[in-house]
Design a protein around this ligand. Structure first.
Ligand code: SAM
Length: 247
């Protein structure tokens, strides 16, 4: 009964009135909604990059194991590979994810006279330690992905140990962070990754160099990759200058 009276009602509406009742179709781009969701996911990821280190700092104090569970030697090898990017004498350096700024200690130990240096980190606690150790340099809490630096304001931009967490959209995350680093660099960017090998357990992000190359395709194709079998890491170098090879 209810059904048939509803049908009667519909049938009695004039065709033109019926047209007016239909909501006009407004085309819209669903991308912003998706992008917003990805942003939120990345913000969660960024917390995961920062909070365990703060916890370890509370537990272990200012120890290298706070930054690198695998210790001093692998950390220094990773720095050595970053430094292979070019002649750093007198150059300005931005260190994204600086932690305690151990990279600065590494340069100092080698007697390398770099120019200006600035360290960025998500964690104010890490930065406090870095500031105390290196009073002559500047440190800032900043997310370069969301809050970019002035373009071409540093010769080299480094990132050691900032892409080791798993995430379903890690390629976009790496792309977005490295793109912002690349814009900040006058000469080049060096970042490292844990390498995929047969023995890795699946708890961290172990990409292949080829996957990273693909993820960074939209940033530049002037890119080189060096593998370090002793730490099972690889370092990616991105260059601004056309003199460097494009692959
Ligand atoms: C593995 S530790 C590496 C620290 C330092 N680079 C080193 O090699 O000793 C990671 C640190 O990077 C910070 N971090 C990770 N990703 C970052 C990002 N995109 N921007 C700023 N800090 C970041 C974390 O808060 C943490 O303090």
């Amino acid at each position: 009964m209810v059904q048939s009276s509803q049908m009667m009602k519909t049938a009695s509406i004039k065709k033109d009135d019926f047209k007016k009742m239909i909501l006009p179709y407004e085309p819209h781009d669903p991308t912003p909604v998706v992008e917003e969701a990805v942003e939120t996911l990345f913000e969660v990821l960024e917390k995961e990059y920062c909070e365990p280190f703060e916890k370890r700092l509370d537990e272990l104090g200012e120890d290298v194991h706070v930054e690198w569970g695998d210790g001093f030697r692998p950390q220094q090898r990773r720095f050595m590979y970053l430094a292979k990017i070019g002649d750093l004498e007198g150059k300005s350096i931005l260190d994204v994810g600086c932690g305690f700024a151990d990279l600065l200690d590494f340069f100092k130990k080698l007697g390398m006279k770099i120019g200006n240096y600035r360290g960025l980190d998500f964690s104010e606690k890490m930065l406090e330690v870095a500031r105390k150790r290196h009073v002559e340099y500047e440190f800032e809490r900043r997310n370069i992905r969301l809050d970019p630096m002035k373009e071409e304001s540093y010769d080299y931009v480094f990132g050691s140990g900032i892409f080791f967490l798993r995430h379903p959209d890690w390629k976009k995350y790496v792309h977005d962070v490295v793109e912002s680093m690349f814009k900040t660099a006058r000469i080049g960017v060096a970042v490292n990754f844990l390498m995929n090998n047969a023995e890795n357990c699946r708890d961290l992000n172990y990409p292949t160099p080829e996957e990273v190359r693909k993820a960074l395709k939209g940033v530049t194709n002037r890119l080189d990759i060096l593998e370090d079998r002793s730490t099972d890491d690889f370092t990616v170098y991105l260059f601004k200058d056309a003199r460097f090879p494009s692959h």
